[in-house]
Design a protein around this ligand. Structure first.
Ligand code: FMN
Length: 455
């Protein structure tokens, strides 16, 4: 009730009430507009589902692809999540909308799960993709000269084939949150939704350095350390599977967490890592490896988070014979698998390991010998690049035992490779191609029987 007869006050009061009403209506109007935009976007998208395609090695692009797919789903947009290598020419030529999420390896190369797409499809200049609307999220690290090289090449190739970008390529440097937020914002706009699911990366947890010992005293190689970590304050141990990784945020460089393969299984009660001390050209230590292997004292707090590494887990290979191949600190990921195999009583394991010198670099020698005695490691072959019998690498071992490799593979074995990308992983790939043939290797890779954790 308005208790006045004064016409001026009456007009003022009515105006104020109208303004108040308009303010209250704003959110409702905005939500209504967003719903209308979303409806228009869905109508424009037609009936065919969108594709959310990822090419990921250690899971960053895969996680973002899952979040992208979920955001579209929440907005009511049907979509399929797939790996690059599942896409063929016919799919590319019929799809209306594809969101590509791609990381870069090597020298601007695709990760393993995108190699076939890159070789078979991106080599083709005859594909006409005028019907395709696309976006690219390129993941990389600006420390490499070919920053986001694969994502950039993909974007240029799609545009050259006539495909139309939905919005400009987004580049993510070392998982930097602002770039991920930019991609998420473009998506929300495209999907007409503001209630996207939470994309926050999991927080780092408080752990502590429980034990550290050098594995190669006296070696000519850089010192390498076995490190054991446990949750601070006796907290519960999280679950992980052999093959998974951890990220550690060093105090001196918290924005750039370092990744390490886990060398233990939960039954060990601790996360074991192998960390090699990195030295720069001027002799100074790497920020993270220097801290972990030299400065941090026993009991020191460590910020750590676990990362699933699905591409390197045992999964469907758990019951197959395993050929485990690696060098240097790469024995970490292979040791995790050997421990899981021993715990499961799976005995058909063959380890091929390469290092410098048998006198100083035979990491975990006693443990490997114990597994051999127990029948859990029926074959162990080691190659020494500075051994008494001259220079030998794991790829030489493979070639020397080519017949055995072929017979293990014929028995259904899976191949796991862990260690350095340069030299080892490419040499091993060439040797395996020579032994098994390029088509067979491609098939093993496609079916998940050839897996790599290389860095
Ligand atoms: C061995 C290795 C090589 C890499 N090479 C490149 C490169 O050439 N250019 C680049 O931008 N990023 C490079 N990176 C960084 C990765 O692309 C980046 O870490 C990305 O987030 C990985 O995503 P993913 O987990 O989906 O594979 C490289 C990383 C590793 C471990």
């Amino acid at each position: 009730m308005i208790l006045t007869n004064d016409p001026t006050r009456l007009v003022l009061t009515v105006a104020m009430l109208a303004a108040y009403g308009a303010v209250c209506l704003q959110p409702w109007l905005r939500a209504r507009r967003a719903r209308a935009d979303a409806k228009a976007a869905r109508a424009a998208a037609g009936d065919s589902p969108w594709l959310v395609a990822y090419a990921s090695q250690t899971g960053n692009a895969e996680l973002l692809a899952r979040q992208t797919s979920e955001t579209l789903r929440v907005a009511g947009i049907a979509n399929h999540l797939c790996e690059f290598d599942e896409i063929d020419a016919a799919t590319l030529q019929s799809a209306e909308r594809i969101l590509f999420l791609a990381s870069t390896y090597g020298e601007g190369d695709a990760p393993d799960a995108g190699a076939r797409f890159a070789q078979r499809l991106m080599a083709r200049s005859d594909l006409a993709l005028g019907q395709l609307h696309y976006a690219v999220l390129a993941l990389g690290d600006s420390a490499y000269s070919s920053f986001c090289g694969f994502g950039r090449t993909l974007d240029a190739w799609l545009a050259a084939r006539g495909a139309q970008p939905l919005f400009p390529r987004v580049e993510v440097d070392r998982s930097a949150p602002p770039a991920i937020a930019a991609w998420r914002q473009q998506l929300s706009h495209l999907a007409g939704t503001s209630d996207a699911p939470d994309w926050d990366a999991p927080a780092f947890d408080a752990w502590r350095l429980a034990e550290r010992r050098q594995l190669n005293p006296g070696s000519v190689g850089a010192p390498i350390y076995h490190i054991e970590l446990e949750p601070a304050d006796g907290g519960a141990l999280p679950h992980w599977q052999s093959g998974d990784l951890v990220q550690i945020a060093a105090p001196a460089d918290p924005e750039r967490p370092r990744e390490y393969s886990i060398a233990s299984i939960p039954a060990d009660g601790r996360v074991h890592l192998l960390v090699r001390l990195h030295r720069h050209g001027d002799g100074s230590h790497g920020l993270a490896s220097g801290w972990l292997t030299q400065q941090a004292r026993q009991g020191a707090p460590v910020r750590l988070r676990l990362r699933e590494h699905r591409r390197f887990r045992l999964e469907a290979n758990a019951e197959r014979p395993l050929i485990l191949i690696g060098n240097g600190s790469g024995i970490a990921g292979l040791r995790g698998h050997l421990k899981a195999r021993a715990a499961a009583g799976q005995a058909r394991n063959w380890l091929l390991f390469g290092e410098r010198d048998p006198g100083h670099d035979a990491f975990y020698h006693e443990e490997l010998e114990a597994w051999q005695r127990q029948g859990l490691l029926p074959r162990l072959d080691r190659a020494w690049s500075r051994g008494p019998d001259g220079k030998e690498y794991v790829q030489d071992l493979l070639l020397r035992h080519a017949e055995t490799v072929r017979s293990w593979i014929a028995d259904g074995a899976a191949l796991y490779v862990c260690g350095s990308l340069e030299g080892m992983a490419s040499g091993v790939d060439q040797a395996l191609t020579q032994i098994l043939g390029i088509d067979h290797i491609a098939e093993l890779s496609r079916s998940g029987r050839y897996r790599r954790d290389v860095y």
